[in-house]
Design a protein around this ligand. Structure first.
Ligand code: ADP
Ligand code: XUL
Length: 519
């Protein structure tokens, strides 16, 4: 059996898989907001941060780990687990002093993680991915490197507020003594993995690429980026490594306390998005995952470290080897909900209107589907832009607007993923809006690729379990074949007759976008 964890924004989840039977044995979660209310973080972070700061208490993650293990040990036979791996919300960082290693090595199963590790924090709270406080630090790092293009070329992304490097720089500037006292900086992923391994373990290439510090070509820390970020940073980071690299046996704390075998080993943890790529069975180029959640994300495996010349997309390491892209679109469900509500529809009616979009009128009316600021492309939109027939622009025919909004969203996605140069062969759709058949069919038509939906609920934690099995020597594609199956009757084929229509619509959309972004 193999155990995968995902330490995400709002919860810690475990997925236990049995490779022999090909089954998921157990899936359990601890919700931070409801189950650990003492941290006063109803959505997993401390509300009310100033200047765009969004922090979480790392002790909450430790307490959740003890709680989850105590529950797991009651429902599952942990003595059969051979390897553990997992993931964490990306970009978040944990700051530890020089007592951390010793405390890890001497963890006493009679006590808990919280009280034994709390004194090792050199920064009480952890900035997480929602933090936008580092605009100034991003500008400083960008200036030091001679421009955003250079940082993107080296690290896979331009300097981004939530990325760890700019966050480390802000800490160094605001609390130089605290920074000085910091002996080791971990990501959420490598922090949890270190606790499990009983010693500090490296950051993996997948999550490491979300720091604005790692060279994609060397798969090591970039000395210029380190120097532009904060002094002596190299001494506070272990060299990054592949997610599947085994770090040794699980800490005696867990084997003695929770009945996990002392021979169970720990591989590295990666970011939640790289782990999801594994859990969604999309680690080979040609496969794309589109997640339609609060925001929409597009992520896909790539053969080489190509970067987005426009600087919107990110490149991370792919836990299966090679690289992956991640592109976020802020106006996802929020825009779909805004239009749905303004037209007075429910999701069923919205779905029907979207399905009607497969008619020959596809692509005729265009909408820039941005109800608020967008990050891909980065622009402060104040509302959607409509161009087409009078019935469309006035809203006299609501169906035309539903069609144009969704077409606009997926044309925008297609346009901003072209830089990858990867032919989309299969799309795996997930997130709250994926169950909407009308939306799914539009995705298939616009990308001209079949769309599948999976049964997996916890794709990141499942990805962690699969990475653990791969680290134990199992063939990843073969086990993905077993655990990442499309749900029955969930697949949709593209209407091939619409290929030309959407090719033309793509260019018309691009022209409209450029015209509206022009100063
Ligand atoms: P997140 O993980 O970001 O919280 P989810 O993946 O759970 O988001 O998706 C939630 C969103 O899914 C809601 O905001 C809602 O707009 C959307 N949603 C739910 N049901 C449907 C549906 N039938 N059609 C379209 N969108 C839907
Ligand atoms: C990715 C990102 C989020 C976090 C939290 O860049 O910031 O997806 O990983 O899930």
């Amino acid at each position: 059996m193999f155990l995968g964890f995902d330490s995400s924004t709002q919860s810690l989840t475990a997925v236990l898989i049995d490779l022999e039977s090909g089954e998921i044995r157990t899936q359990l979660s601890v919700n931070f907001g409801t189950e650990l209310p003492q941290y006063q973080s109803p959505s997993g972070f401390i509300p009310g941060g100033i200047e765009g700061e969004v922090h979480a208490n790392p002790l909450m993650w430790l307490e959740a780990l003890d709680l989850l293990f105590s529950r797991l040990s009651k429902v599952a036979d942990l003595s059969k687990v051979k390897m553990i791996a997992g993931s964490g919300q990306q970009h978040g960082s944990v700051y530890l002093d020089d007592t951390f290693e010793d405390r890890l090595a001497k963890l006493d199963p009679a006590g808990d993680l919280l009280s034994q590790l709390a004194p090792a924090l050199s920064r009480a709270t952890s900035p997480i991915w929602m933090d936008t406080s580092t605009t100034e630090e991003c500008a400083e790092i960008t200036a030091a490197l001679g421009g955003g293009g250079e940082i993107c070329h080296r690290s896979g992304s331009i300097a981004i507020e939530r990325f760890t490097g700019p966050q480390i720089r802000r800490f160094y500037k605001k609390d130089p003594a605290g920074y000085e006292r910091t002996h080791q900086i971990h990501l959420v992923s490598s922090f949890i993995a270190s606790v499990l391994a009983g010693k500090s373990v490296p950051i993996d290439f997948g999550d490491g690429a979300g720091m604005n510090l790692m060279s994609l070509s060397k798969l090591g820390w970039d000395t210029d980026l380190l120097a532009a970020t904060a002094p002596n940073l190299c001494s506070k980071l272990l060299p990054p490594a592949a997610a599947t690299s085994v770090q040794g046996e699980v800490s005696g704390y867990f084997s003695q306390k929770y009945g996990i075998s002392a021979a169970c080993r720990v591989a590295l943890f990666t970011g939640d998005n790289p782990a999801s790529l594994v859990g969604m069975g999309a680690t080979t180029p040609g496969n794309v995952v589109i997640s339609l959640g609060t925001s929409d994300t597009f992520f896909a495996a790539m053969p080489g470290p190509k970067t987005d010349p426009a600087g919107f997309g990110h490149v991370f390491g792919n836990p299966a080897g090679g690289f992956m892209s991640l592109i976020c679109f802020r106006n996802g469900s929020l825009a779909r909900e805004a239009l749905r509500d303004s037209l007075g529809l429910d999701w069923a009616a919205f779905d029907r209107e979207a399905l009607a979009a497969t008619s020959s009128a596809a692509g005729e009316n265009l909408m820039l589907p941005f109800y608020g600021p967008e990050i891909t492309p980065r622009h402060d939109f104040s509302g959607p832009v409509l161009k087409g027939s009078a019935a469309f622009e006035t809203g006299a025919d609501p169906g035309l607007q539903v069609r144009a909004l969704l077409e606009g969203q997926f044309l925008n996605m297609r346009l901003h993923s072209e830089w990858m140069g990867v032919k989309v062969e299969r799309i795996r759709l997930t997130g709250g809006a994926a169950k909407n058949d009308g939306i799914a069919q539009l995705v298939a038509d616009i990308f001209q690729a079949p769309v599948e939906r999976l049964d997996v609920l916890n794709s990141a934690a499942l990805g962690g379990a699969l990475i653990a099995a791969a680290a134990d020597g199992h063939d990843l594609p073969a086990i993905q074949e077993i655990f990442c199956q499309a749900a029955a009757d969930s697949s949709l084929e593209p209407n091939l007759a619409l290929a030309g229509v959407y090719q033309n619509a793509l260019r018309a959309f691009q022209n409209l976008l450029h015209a509206s972004l022009a100063p």
